[in-house]
Write a protein that binds this ligand. Structure first.
Ligand code: NAD
Ligand code: ZN
Length: 353
C-alpha cells in the first residue's frame, strides 16, 4: 500500500515541505516527470521549487508508456547525475504516474524494464517516489502496478515495491481536464468497480472499497446535486477506492480486451475500456446498462468501427494479447474460463467495436 498520503484542495502547496526531509544531498536531485499539458502553466509549475540539481522533465502523453521509453529515462538520469536521485515525482495522469513508478524501480533493479513485466519480478525497493495525480480514475496513484507496453506484451510491473511512498491528492489540480477525457478516465474507475464486484476473486476487502467507489461514481456521473468542486473531490476518492478494490482482486473482460486494442491500435486505456465495455452486456448486464445511461447523460459519442478493416492476422494479435491475461479471465469467468472464452467469441466481440 501507499505509505503516506495527504488529501485536500491546495495540498500541492505542501510539496516542498513533504520532500525536504527526503533529500539525500546536493548531488542527489529530485526528478519531476510532469505531463506536458502543464508546460507553460505557471499556476502549477511555479509551485515546483527546484534546488541544486533538481530537474523537470515534461512527458508527452499522446501514447502510453513503453518499456524502451522507461529504459531511456533511466539511462539519461544515470548519465547526467553522479548520484542516484533523492526522489522521483510524477505529476499528471495515469501515464505519468506509471512512468514515475517504473523509473523509480528501474534505477535500482538492473537490466531492462521489459524483463520485469509480470508479477513480483522486482527484487529491490525503488527510489523514493511520489505520485501527484492531475486527473482522476485510473487508480494508478494507489495501485501496485505500472502498466507498460513492451516488445512482446502490454503488461504491468506488479510488485510490492511499485506503490508510491507518498501521494498528494489535490483535487484542484484536475480542474482543467477536458470533458471527454474526464469521462473516459472516470469510466476507467467505474469499470474497475464493476469488474471487481462481479468477479470470482471478490472478497470483503475488495468489496468494501469497490462498493464505495461505485456509489461515488453513480453520484458523480448520474446525479445533478454536486458542485464542480465536490465532484472533483469525490472522483479523486472514487479513483482511490476503485484502485484499492482491484488491488486485492482483479479486473476483467473489458480490461483484457482493451489491452488488445491498446497493443495493436494504440487505443488509450480509458477510451479503450469504454469502447469495449459498451459491448459487454453478456458479462456485465447491469453495469453496461448504467454505463449507457452515463454516456447518454454526458453526450459522449464513442468511436465506432475501429476494427472494421482489420485482417485476420491483426485480430489474432489482439486476441493473443487479451488471452494472455489469464488472471483477468479467471476473475471474470471462473477457473474454467477457457471453455467459454474462445478465439471465435473474441473475434465476434472485436468485430462489433
Ligand atoms: P493520461 O495519463 O493519458 O491523461 C489523459 C489526458 O489528460 C492527457 O492528454 C493529459 O495530458 C490530460 N490531462 C491530465 N491531467 C490534466 C489536467 N489537469 N488538465 C488538462 N489535461 C490533463 O490518461 P489516464 O486515463 O489518466 O491514464 C491512462 C494510463 O494509465 C494508461 O497508460 C494506463 O495503462 C494507465 N493505467 C495504469 C493503472 C495502474 O494501476 N498503474 C491503472 C489504470 C490505467
Ligand atoms: Zn483500468
Amino acid at each position: 500500500m501507499v505509505s503516506k498520503v495527504v488529501f485536500g484542495r491546495g495540498s500541492f502547496n505542501q510539496l516542498e515541505d513533504i520532500l525536504a526531509p527526503n533529500r539525500k544531498g546536493r548531488n542527489a536531485p529530485f526528478i519531476y516527470y510532469v505531463d506536458d499539458v502543464f508546460k507553460g502553466n505557471h499556476w502549477l509549475t511555479s509551485r515546483i521549487r527546484l534546488s541544486y540539481k533538481d530537474k523537470i522533465i515534461y512527458v508527452p502523453t499522446k501514447e502510453e508508456p513503453k518499456t524502451s521509453q522507461i529504459d531511456k529515462y533511466v539511462e539519461d538520469i544515470i548519465l547526467e547525475f553522479s548520484e542516484l536521485p533523492s526522489g522521483i515525482i510524477g505529476v499528471g495522469g495515469g501515464i505519468v504516474m506509471d512512468i514515475a513508478k517504473a523509473v523509480s524501480l528501474m534505477l535500482t533493479n538492473k537490466g531492462e524494464s521489459k524483463d520485469y513485466q509480470g508479477w513480483d519480478k522486482i527484487k529491490h525497493p525503488g527510489i523514493y517516489h511520489v505520485g501527484i495525480p492531475t486527473i482522476s480514475g485510473t487508480g494508478a496513484e494507489v495501485s501496485r502496478t505500472t502498466i507498460l507496453t513492451g516488445p512482446e506484451r502490454k503488461l504491468g510491473i506488479n510488485s510490492d515495491y511499485t506503490p508510491f511512498d507518498q501521494v498528494v491528492l489535490d483535487p484542484e489540480l484536475t480542474k482543467g481536464v477536458p470533458k471527454n477525457q474526464w469521462f473516459y478516465t472516470g469510466m476507467d474507475c467505474y469499470v474497475h468497480c464493476i469488474e471487481s464486484l462481479n468477479g470470482t476473486y471478490l472478497n470483503a476487502f475488495s468489496q468494501s472499497y469497490g462498493e464505495k467507489a461505485l456509489s461515488l461514481c453513480k453520484e458523480i456521473f448520474l446525479e445533478d446535486n454536486l458542485t464542480k468542486e465536490e465532484a472533483q473531490d469525490k472522483l479523486m476518492m472514487a479513483s482511490w477506492h476503485g484502485g484499492m478494490s482491484i488491488a486485492y482482486s482483479q479486473v476483467g473482460v473489458a480490461h483484457a480486451m482493451s489491452y488488445g486494442l491498446g497493443y495493436l491500435l494504440g487505443v488509450k486505456h480509458g477510451i479503450g475500456n469504454c469502447i469495449v465495455f459498451d459491448h459487454l452486456e453478456e458479462y456485465y448486464p447491469k453495469g453496461v446498462a448504467l454505463f449507457k445511461e452515463m454516456k447518454q447523460k454526458h453526450n459522449i459519442e464513442l468511436p465506432q468501427g475501429i476494427c472494421a478493416n482489420l485482417s485476420q492476422q491483426e485480430f489474432d494479435k489482439m486476441i493473443d494479447v487479451a488471452l494472455s491475461l489469464e488472471p483477468l479471465w479467471e476473475n471474470a469467468i471462473g477457473k474454467h474460463w477457457q471453455t467459454e472464452i474462445t478465439r471465435e467469441k473474441l473475434t465476434d466481440l472485436y468485430k462489433k467495436m
